[in-house]
Write a protein of this length. Structure first.
Length: 284
């Protein structure tokens, strides 16, 4: 009997050692800690930025607040929103390590990024464009061949510029503000980024009338919320939060607040985009 018990115990210990440890889901983590940790941007006006009062504000910040509020209703407890500044270079590794629970800023949903992290449904649409000084003579991407053009490091702008004009001499910057400063100082002839981000940069520049955003898109830039890989319950929660905002019209009110005629950066939503947004909301 003792021998059988020893064999049984050894087997139990061996099985226990080999058994996989189930990873904590994002919802379980938030329920345990009472904190929603979000990656976002500090200079993506008007999606996510820090104002003169040192407050994080913007369209994406309002969407994060909507997720936080819905979490409180679901978990029946207070949830604190903790915001961490990041860029595509930093936020994707942080998400892969599950250091942050969600990223709402100005992240373009790409297939390459989708190999490492997951994404929600789209919440904003723009495209990659060039900004130049007025009177530069540059009319399109063909005109920057052999010239110095700025881009944010590891951004879709950098990728799309290299694909659209491989003869451009690309200069990388840590953020968009540094790139616009280089353009202002004449160290580059153009800067590339998402059209809405360029509009935001110019709106806050010393002399906005000095700049011109070229009309042609080098590529499309659909924004989505980034979430950890392989956590479908959390991705569903984020998606359903946004679907609720679409259904009750709140997302369009927020859009008007930040991008409307009297918004921080006017960027009208086309009827085509509005219809697509509505079609993303699935029936209950």
């Amino acid at each position: 009997m003792k021998r059988c018990a020893a064999v049984w115990l050894a087997g139990l210990l061996l099985f226990g050692a080999a058994a996989p440890v189930l990873a904590e889901t994002v919802l379980e983590k938030i329920s345990r800690t009472g904190v929603l940790t979000a990656g976002t941007r500090a200079t993506s006006i008007p999606l996510a930025f820090i104002n003169e009062k040192n407050e994080w504000i913007g369209f994406s910040i309002d969407l994060l607040e909507a997720i936080r509020a819905r979490l409180e209703r679901k978990l029946a407890k207070r949830i604190r929103l903790e915001k961490k500044e990041g860029t595509p270079t930093t936020n994707i590794p942080l998400m892969a390590k599950r250091t942050i629970d969600v990223e709402y800023g100005s992240m373009t949903y790409t297939r390459a990024r989708d190999e490492t992290v997951d994404f929600s449904i789209n919440f904003f649409f723009t495209g990659t464009q060039l900004v130049v000084k007025k009177g530069s003579g540059i009319k399109g991407v063909a005109d920057v061949a052999g010239k110095l053009v700025g881009a944010a490091k590891a951004s879709t702008g950098e990728k799309n510029l290299r694909a659209s004009q491989p003869k451009a001499d690309v200069v990388l910057f840590p953020d968009h503000s540094a790139g616009l400063l280089a353009l202002e100082q004449g160290r580059i002839v153009a800067y590339v980024s998402d059209g809405i981000l360029l509009a935001g940069l110019i709106a806050k520049a010393k002399n906005p009338k000095d700049y011109e955003v070229l009309r042609d898109f080098l590529a499309k830039d659909p924004y989505a919320c980034m979430v950890p890989e392989n956590d479908s319950k959390w991705r569903d929660f984020v998606n359903h939060t946004f679907m609720e905002l679409i259904d009750n019209g709140k997302c369009f009110e927020l859009y008007e607040k930040w991008f409307g005629e009297r918004g921080v950066v006017p960027y009208p939503m086309s009827e085509k985009v509005r219809n697509y947004m509505i079609m993303q909301s699935m029936p209950e």
